[in-house]
Design a protein around this ligand. Structure first.
Ligand SMILES: CSC[C@H]1O[C@H](OP(=O)(O)O)[C@H](O)[C@@H]1O
Ligand SMILES: Nc1ncnc2[nH]cnc12
Length: 308
């Protein structure tokens, strides 16, 4: 039995979030499903614990729900990250269907971005500390876990060998509110700002993972050219759907091949070392004004600092 979380008999170090089109990892062996009740509610889908060849466990959840019922603005991101934390997850690889803002990033290509431009509109709860009597300011200059991203690069590249899928790195993703796609003017503006990709999901997910001290990386899978190309149609959902199925199949294949190495690296500790412990100096010092009930709530994601 896990020491920390009474509902959970499993400790799974690697979490995978599936985005649009990726609703299961049915290439792996199903072990069990769990559906934790977190202080922020239930996750978008039950979490599937699956076994990769060789026996490594991985925890999977579908960001929009298994039947894609949550629009990007209503994804219960706090519950999702908290649920992973309660299972002992130390690193998350999140997949996302993205629009490409650059000619060289083609639909079907995979990308490991390293920066984010936030164009969400403040309607998504973006902090575990929101609504509590405790204040924290997480470091977010490097929004993805640098060591994890570097670790993934070689492994994802090898996993893609023979598939005619290019892997790009060092790119900037714009996260917009949606659910409507961008105007042509916005799409061009994001390019001028230095954006290379666009989605509606990486925030607040990446921020919450950082607050929970879980190392987080995004594998962006390009589906379309958004709306910046002069003589092309602007993006439609049906255009996105064309590549979703192939991208999802490739994402499952990549996950199967990298999960054992990720687990070993998480256990060894080096690739998660920058995020583990990172909240220590981000939380404002304890005061008698901090409520016990808030400390209790936060202990679900940060037991090191808030367990009594
Ligand atoms: C179906 S197109 C827009 C939708 O797809 C992406 O979802 P996800 O990141 O979960 O793969 C994008 O962020 C939007 O939510
Ligand atoms: N063009 C686009 N804009 C925002 N999110 C997306 N997800 C996939 N394509 C997208």
């Amino acid at each position: 039995m896990c020491q920390r979380c009474a509902h959970n008999a499993w400790t799974v170090l690697v979490g995978v979030i599936g985005g649009s089109g990726l609703y299961n990892l049915d290439n792996l062996t199903l072990i069990k499903q769990v559906n934790p009740d977190t202080p922020w509610g239930k996750p978008s889908s039950p979490i599937t614990i699956a076994k990769a060849p060789g026996g490594t466990l991985v925890a999977f959840l579908a960001r929009h729900g298994v039947g894609h019922t949550f629009p990007p603005s209503a994804v219960p991101a706090r519950a999702n990250i908290a649920a992973f934390k309660s299972l002992g997850v130390r690193l998350i690889v999140a997949f996302s269907a993205v629009g490409s803002l650059r000619e060289e990033i083609k639909p079907g290509d995979f990308v490991l971005p390293d920066q984010i431009i936030d164009r969400t509109k403040g309607v998504r709860p973006a902090s575990f500390f929101e609504g509590t009597s405790i204040v924290a300011h997480a470091q977010f200059g490097d929004p993805f876990a640098n060591k994890l991203v570097a670790f993934l690069e070689g492994r994802v590249r090898s996993a893609l060998e023979g598939r005619d899928v290019a892997l790009h790195t060092g790119k900037t993703i714009v996260c917009m509110e949606g659910p409507q796609f961008s105007t042509r003017a916005e799409s061009k503006m994001y390019r001028a700002w230095g954006g290379d990709l666009i989605n509606m999901s990486v925030l607040p997910e990446a921020k919450l993972a950082r607050e929970a001290e879980i190392s987080y990386a995004l594998i962006a899978t390009a589906t379309d050219y958004d709306s910046w190309r002069e003589n092309s149609e602007s993006v439609t959902a049906s255009e996105v759907f064309k590549t979703l199925k192939t991208n999802a199949e490739t994402s499952r294949h990549v996950t199967e091949l990298i999960v054992a190495d990720l687990h070993d690296a998480a256990e060894n500790g080096d690739i998660i070392s920058e995020e583990a412990g990172s909240m220590k100096f981000s939380i404002m010092p304890r005061s008698e004004k901090q409520k016990d009930e808030d400390r209790e709530k936060l202990s679900y994601v940060l037991p090191t600092y808030f367990s009594s």
